[in-house]
Design a protein around this ligand. Structure first.
Ligand SMILES: CC(C)(COP(=O)(O)OP(=O)(O)OC[C@H]1O[C@@H](n2cnc3c(N)ncnc32)[C@H](O)[C@@H]1OP(=O)(O)O)[C@@H](O)C(=O)NCCC(=O)NCCS
Length: 154
């Protein structure tokens, strides 16, 4: 990654169908069990709030919020591995939380793997609290992994 690219400002914009090739590449690089292209297309078709982050023209991350009836769910928040640890995850989440507020969301929920220390650190740092556990929620290399349910009241 060139120094010029690293120093470029981060910009946020709505995700478009044309972004899906780049989104899928990031998704596959970042998750052991990635979403499919169809999952992203469904989110766009459903009118969920899907946004991307770009730096110097490169798609570096995205977030997806489903909001209805005063409740919000963070369906995805992801930063490309080579762009992690630079504050982009926090920027994407703060932007999503702001959007949730504007959608009239009172409580925002998300699920996260107990083994995902980066995401747990990100969410706890933003003020999310653990409110429950879904047993055997995620596929894992050996069997299934639980999901920690976190909540942030806006
Ligand atoms: C989780 C994720 C979005 C964080 O994005 P990021 O851009 O690396 O995070 P940031 O640089 O904004 O860091 C924000 C906070 O995350 C936590 N964090 C980031 N990297 C971490 C690491 N390697 N270990 C522990 N905590 C970490 C810290 O609390 C950090 O706050 P700090 O900088 O004040 O210490 C990113 O790791 C990612 O995309 N992972 C793969 C996809 C994923 O698991 N998404 C979440 C699904 S629930």
């Amino acid at each position: 990654m060139s120094a010029q690219l690293q120093d470029a400002p981060l910009s946020l914009a709505p995700m478009e169908l044309a972004d899906l090739d780049a989104v899928i590449l990031v998704e596959r690089a970042a998750y052991p069990y990635p979403w499919t292209r169809g999952n992203f297309r469904d989110c766009l078709d459903s009118g969920y709030r899907c946004w991307v982050a770009r730096q110097g023209g490169a798609l570096v991350g995205y977030s997806i919020l489903m909001a209805a009836a005063g409740e919000g769910h963070v369906l995805n928040c992801c930063v490309a591995p080579e762009w992690q640890g630079r504050g982009h995850g926090r920027t994407l989440m703060l932007d999503l939380m702001d959007a949730a507020r504007h959608h009239g969301v009172e409580c925002l929920f998300l699920e996260v793997r107990p083994s995902n220390l980066q995401a747990l650190g990100l969410y706890a740092g933003l003020g999310f609290e653990t409110v429950g556990l879904r047993r055997n929620y995620y596929p894992a290399d050996q069997g299934r992994e639980d999901a920690i349910i976190m909540r942030f009241c806006l």
